[in-house]
Write a protein that binds this ligand. Structure first.
Ligand code: ITT
Length: 184
């Protein structure tokens, strides 16, 4: 079975390839444009993208909206994670947390899927905390500053297999695989 992954983020493509490839799904990257609306939740963004892509005859596809939610900052950057990563970046986030004791945070991933004309959404979450400085070179985005709960290394210090086993995206992709199996 072939599934397109619609994203501009090569890090996501790599993780989808890795996770779905091992489930026997063929993944093809498509750089289809979707205007990300300003919304309060990842799900609203995903539903809007599914609606925008509905009539483009793309076949079966998935898209992913994800974000880093920092508790002491009221969930910021959350749905604005992409913009914040490109602007103030990891060091800006670390500065915002200067002198703040509660460094707890979580990543959330919302995947929208259009399969045989039916649309559905699945989620995954990973709890953790923000490190004191960036560490590690693997992964993408905020990986060097995110330490998942019960681990003492960042996502960027982990192999792709290890990150996939516990990450928000790994969890959402496993939900996706279960949902697809029920539909085949
Ligand atoms: P597309 O919308 O084209 O898929 P994007 O990078 O803009 O690509 P998002 O809107 O979902 O994706 O932005 C989420 C941002 O959150 C992303 O740019 C990263 O900086 C960060 N992010 C999401 N998942 C992450 C992960 O697994 N590890 C580290 N950072 C992540």
């Amino acid at each position: 079975m072939r599934l397109k992954i619609i994203t501009s983020n090569p890090g996501k493509v790599r993780e989808f390839h890795h996770a779905l490839g091992s489930l026997g799904l063929d993944i093809e990257h498509a750089n289809e444009n979707c205007d990300e609306i300003q919304a309060d939740t990842l799900e609203e963004v995903v539903l809007s993208c599914l609606a925008q892509l509905r009539f483009r005859e793309l076949g079966d596809y998935v898209l992913d909206d994800s974000g880093l939610f920092i508790n002491a900052l009221g969930g910021f950057p959350g749905v604005y994670s992409s913009y914040i990563f490109r602007t103030i970046g990891m060091n800006g986030i670390l500065k915002l947390l200067d002198n703040i004791n509660d460094r707890s945070a979580y990543f959330e991933c919302c995947i929208g899927c259009s399969f045989r004309g039916e649309e559905f959404v699945v989620w995954g979450r990973c709890d953790g905390s923000i490190g004191m400085h960036p560490s590690g070179t693997d992964g993408f985005g905020f990986d060097p500053i995110f330490i998942p709960s019960d681990y003492d290394e960042t996502f960027a210090e982990m192999s792709i297999d290890k990150k996939e086993a516990i990450s928000h995206r790994g969890r959402a992709i496993r939900e996706l695989a279960i949902a697809l199996e029920e539909k085949i």
